[in-house]
Design a protein around this ligand. Sequence first.
Ligand SMILES: [Zn+2]
Length: 292
Amino acid sequence: MAFASTKQLALDARAGGYAVPAVNIVDGISIAAAVRAADAAGSPIILQTSVKTVKYFGARTLADAARAAADEASVPVALHLDHCPDRAVITEAIAHGWSSVLFDASDRDFETARAETAEVTAEAHAAGVDVESEIENIVGVEDGVGSDDPNVHYYSDEALVGVAAETQTDLIAPALGTAHGLYKASPVLLVDRVRSLAALTDIPIVLHGGTGLSPEEFAAFIDAGVSKINISTQLKLAYMHSARDHLAEAERSGKWEPVKLFDQIGAAVGEVITENATLFRSAGKAAAAVTA
Ligand SMILES: [Zn+2]
């Protein structure tokens, strides 16, 4: 089927008390594996990519591969551009029919972030594309975007929701105490902040830096109102570790079969999706989901 609306998937999830897994795919193998696993679990899924991946393959190639996988699936599939401070790349994703983009203005000051977010939502909405907005810093560097400096930009709940409403943002990515990458120390999670934001607005709330949280922590965030959860690092590790294991075995056995490598990577990526669809309670929810 055609791409689903990221905003609609998140709204359905919030109403249904679950969160949609948003996983950072990196190529055709991970796209196919993620969609097949979501289909088998009956879970809606958001495929998302970093700007780095878009720069490698191009927005058209990724959209074509994701659309082909979505066409074979019976669950809703959305394609989302993750953390993008670069307006030219956003325009490229919009031109190739992606479901949504994350305009990352966390490196801009408040007034600039507000003005540019309004411009991006106007451009995206004219093409039927949803916008996730980030104007606060989420700690950690992800594929070259972001900062290890905590809370350079951090605003009141009212200011955050005010900007989102004024700019017609479709989803918001607030600072929630989580970080990108692997945790070196236990994070201080701002579950209460989600509850407070959810009381102020119906705009879906996105949790970044999901890798490494416990099942109880995910449940607390979902119960508080998070409806899209981003998983990047876990998928990267599953991808690379399975490739390493396969290549080590090929070296030992002397058997070099690329498709067997793809199978092993695909199986590892699929397991990540299955696990998260269960943790986020999105498994079995696809039938009820409305697509755009
Ligand atoms: Zn993120």
